[in-house]
Design a protein around this ligand. Structure first.
Ligand SMILES: NC(=O)c1ccc[n+]([C@@H]2O[C@H](COP(=O)([O-])OP(=O)(O)OC[C@H]3O[C@@H](n4cnc5c(N)ncnc54)[C@H](O)[C@@H]3O)[C@@H](O)[C@H]2O)c1
Length: 257
């Protein structure tokens, strides 16, 4: 059975920034957050993708905007955060969902640095300019990590990816510790294998089956599976939850069938 989501009012009044809203988990979270009453500004590196996803929701009456931004460029990232904070009048939630993904079999120094930039650096690039706004609002940060940051996965060359996502988990804990005096909460979500535009095209049937075999619940995750937890972490229902990394992974990290 897949996760089904029902609309409510759990994020009414929240000013939310979500990265990577052009597809996959970011688009699913944007839709759910908007239906729950949030005002959302999204972005994506694929030209027009965030704009198009936002437009569909705006046509349904939601307050959602999208922009084309390459978060690997710190200046572009800062400009997007500053403009979003100005248009929303502040930031209550920053959801660092976006990450690039590269095949890692043939490592080079350049590839290693590329993965660090598009998976770890981009979280810094948005969080640093958003920090003063989050201090003012006592806001929440949600960072997308991965089970790859928790477990070694040998067969599909994930060294740089796992190092970057492990860094996201460690960064999240430190942001929680540094932010606590100002009322900032920071939590990470570690998805298992999720069906997304990236994984659907990058994986052949063997690789897909290899991944599925690791899950107790043997289906790929979906955007709504992840968005359901993100909604909780963005809402005031999680006001005593900070510094955590929570896996949404079909039981992958719990054990074997
Ligand atoms: N799909 C999985 O199996 C899986 C598993 C564990 C963790 N994750 C993580 O979940 C998050 C969401 O991924 P997804 O599954 O929705 O995949 P996805 O590739 O569909 O979504 C990622 C989005 O981020 C955007 N993006 C990438 N680099 C960017 C940049 N520099 N600037 C702006 N936007 C950028 C992409 O264009 C894309 O729309 C990522 O952090 C990913 O690492 C995914």
């Amino acid at each position: 059975m897949e996760t089904t989501l029902s609309a409510g009012n759990r994020l009414v009044g929240k000013r939310v920034l979500i990265t990577g809203t052009g597809g996959g988990q970011g688009a699913a979270a944007q839709e759910l957050f908007a239906q729950e009453g949030a005002r959302v500004v999204g972005c994506d590196v694929v030209p027009g993708a965030a704009e198009s996803a936002a437009r569909k929701l705006a046509e349904q009456g939601h307050d959602v905007h999208g922009h084309t931004v390459d978060l690997a460029d710190p200046d572009e990232a800062r400009a997007w955060v500053d403009a979003a904070a100005a248009s929303l009048g502040g930031i209550d939630v920053l959801y660092n969902n976006a990450a690039g993904f590269a095949p890692f079999a043939d490592f080079t120094v350049d590839l290693w640095r590329h993965v660090m930039r598009v998976e770890l650096d981009i979280v810094f690039h948005t969080t640093h300019p958003a920090w003063p706004h989050l201090r003012r609002s006592g806001g929440a940060i949600i960072n997308t990590a991965s089970v790859s940051g928790l477990r070694g996965i040998g067969a599909i060359g994930q060294a740089a990816h796992s190092a970057a996502k492990g860094g996201v988990i460690a960064l999240t804990r430190t942001l929680a510790a540094e932010g606590a005096p100002d009322g900032i909460r920071a939590n990470a979500i570690s998805p298992g294998f999720v069906s997304s535009p990236a994984t659907d095209t990058a994986m052949d049937d063997d690789a897909r089956q290899y991944m599925l075999n690791m899950h107790l619940i043997q289906r790929p995750g979906t955007g709504p599976d992840i968005a359901a937890l993100a909604l909780y972490l963005a809402s005031d229902e999680s006001s005593w939850v900070t510094g955590q990394n929570i896996s949404v992974d079909g039981g992958w990290t719990a054990g074997y069938r």
